[in-house]
Design a protein around this ligand. Structure first.
Ligand code: ATP
Ligand code: MG
Length: 423
């Protein structure tokens, strides 16, 4: 992508009211733009990052389930049947603004905040016998929640992106088997996103099994809303909401040696048991023709929150620092100086390919401003072609994260040499 063609611009300052680091940086760098509190526009660079995150999630989920897409709008009935019309306090409803019957309940829709209530009745059409189990389906979709406090940028949106997977089983044992099998799948997702060292499997409350837990995937982050106790040695954590010295003892850890840190919940896995199959009558017939409730689990990952976590986690005082796997582009190519340098840079841009390179081909911008923008936008590898480098037939190569010192490469071999680099 040529910067001269990108309509977004970086900005030095944005409103001081934006208290969240991720929103400030992502806005200044032109990745997002706030629409209303908790709702963001994803501009081209931001969308590229979000798509990369979601494609990693998609690839890993495809190893355990199949993708579908459920609707944003549904009837109130769905939510009344499960009792959640009253119990979920973040529900948004929608109605036709000019609908003459808008005073009536039946004209009102729910704007889905999650999809247990929607997927369960669908699966009734397709699960009849034990032969139809187990099943796992997922989607990556926009969710809506009337969050009372939406001040953390994309970490907590009123409109946000989520991957939600639902699993269906013949009994508790099979649910537990699948639940355990999801853990390494989640671990791979966070590793691929560059968050492997900072993400902890965290015991949390709320599993619908009696005295069982659910698990969260918590990324250590000062701006995170959760407080967790870390057991670094065993790479597990306990949400403050559930961890007591007695629990810790039961689990064989010494409460006093746990580290208390702030963290952001990047995903969770949740044994639902038969809660939804009971209220929505999702049953199957076994080998002896007996009817049973289907056992369910749900498994979420906050993909837009992850964009904020990654932005905030790796940023430095100069701007964003993207891990290679989610960077909008691998290279930020800066052309400086005469027509000859522009020409050589254009040649390198074409060799590396528009998918890989953000090419600062602007002619009316100072070198200092170009370098500043490269640092703010945060692509992993900065390349500079100038009159000076051209004299020596080289390109300057700089790592945004500092993972290697500035190096020089012969322009004629740059493509192969760059491919070998670990950013
Ligand atoms: P939280 O405790 O942060 O509100 P939750 O327990 O409501 O999360 P789920 O409903 O299970 O979470 O959603 C799955 C994932 O979606 C969460 O782990 C989180 O990463 C993400 N998520 C939840 N709510 C939001 C939000 N308002 N904005 C952005 N991401 C969210
Ligand atoms: Mg919530």
């Amino acid at each position: 992508m040529r910067l001269s063609q990108l309509f977004t611009k970086t900005s030095k300052t944005i409103s001081e009211e934006t208290e969240s680091i991720n929103a400030r940086l992502l806005t200044r760098a032109g990745f997002i733009k706030q629409e209303i509190a908790g709702v963001y526009n994803y501009l081209p660079l931001g969308l590229r990052v979000l798509n990369k995150i979601e494609n990693i999630v998609r690839e890993e989920m495809n190893t355990v389930g199949v993708e579908l897409l459920l609707p944003t709008l549904t009837s109130q009935e769905r939510w009344r049947d499960t009792g959640r019309l009253e119990s979920v306090d973040v529900l948004f409803e929608a109605r036709g603004a000019n609908d003459p019957s808008r005073e009536k309940n039946d004209a009102t829709y729910i704007v889905n905040p999650t999809h247990e209530d929607v997927i369960t009745p669908i699966m009734k059409d397709f699960i009849a016998s034990y032969k139809d189990l187990p099943r796992a389906v997922y989607q990556i979709q926009t969710k809506f929640r009337n969050e009372p406090r939406a001040k953390s940028g994309v970490l907590r949106g009123r409109e946000f992106r989520m991957k939600d997977l639902y699993s269906f089983h013949k009994d508790e044992a099979d649910l537990k088997r699948f639940y355990e099998a999801m853990k390494p799948v989640y671990t791979r997702v966070y590793e691929r996103l560059g968050l492997g060292d900072d993400t902890f499997l965290c015991l949390a409350s709320g599993g619908d099994f009696t005295d069982d837990y659910s698990h969260e995937y918590q990324v250590v982050l000062p701006a995170g809303e959760d407080t967790i106790y870390l057991d670094r040695a065993n790479k597990i954590a306990y949400n403050k909401e559930v961890a007591t010295p007695e629990d810790a003892a039961k689990l064989g850890v010494n409460f006093d040696t746990l580290e208390e840190v702030r963290a952001s919940e990047a995903g969770n896995i949740f044994p639902l048991g038969t809660k939804y199959s009971k209220s929505l009558s999702l049953e199957y017939t076994d080998e002896q023709n007996q009817r049973h409730l289907v056992w369910m689990g749900s498994y979420g990952i906050g993909t837009s929150r992850l964009m904020g976590i990654i932005a905030e986690k790796f940023a430095d005082d100069k701007g964003l620092v993207w891990p290679e796997s989610v960077a909008p582009y691998r290279y930020h190519l800066v052309a400086l100086g005469s027509g000859e340098a522009q020409h050589a840079a254009t040649k390198l841009y074409e060799e590396l390919g528009a998918e890989q390179v953000l090419f600062d081909d602007r002619s009316d911008v100072s070198a200092g401003q170009k370098f500043g923008d490269a640092e703010l936008i945060g692509c992993p590898i900065r390349l500079v072609v100038s009159d000076k480098t051209l004299e020596r037939g080289i390109v300057e190569v700089v790592s945004r994260s500092g993972s290697f010192d500035q190096i020089e490469m012969e322009l004629s071999h740059a493509k192969e040499k760059l491919a070998e680099l670990n950013a």
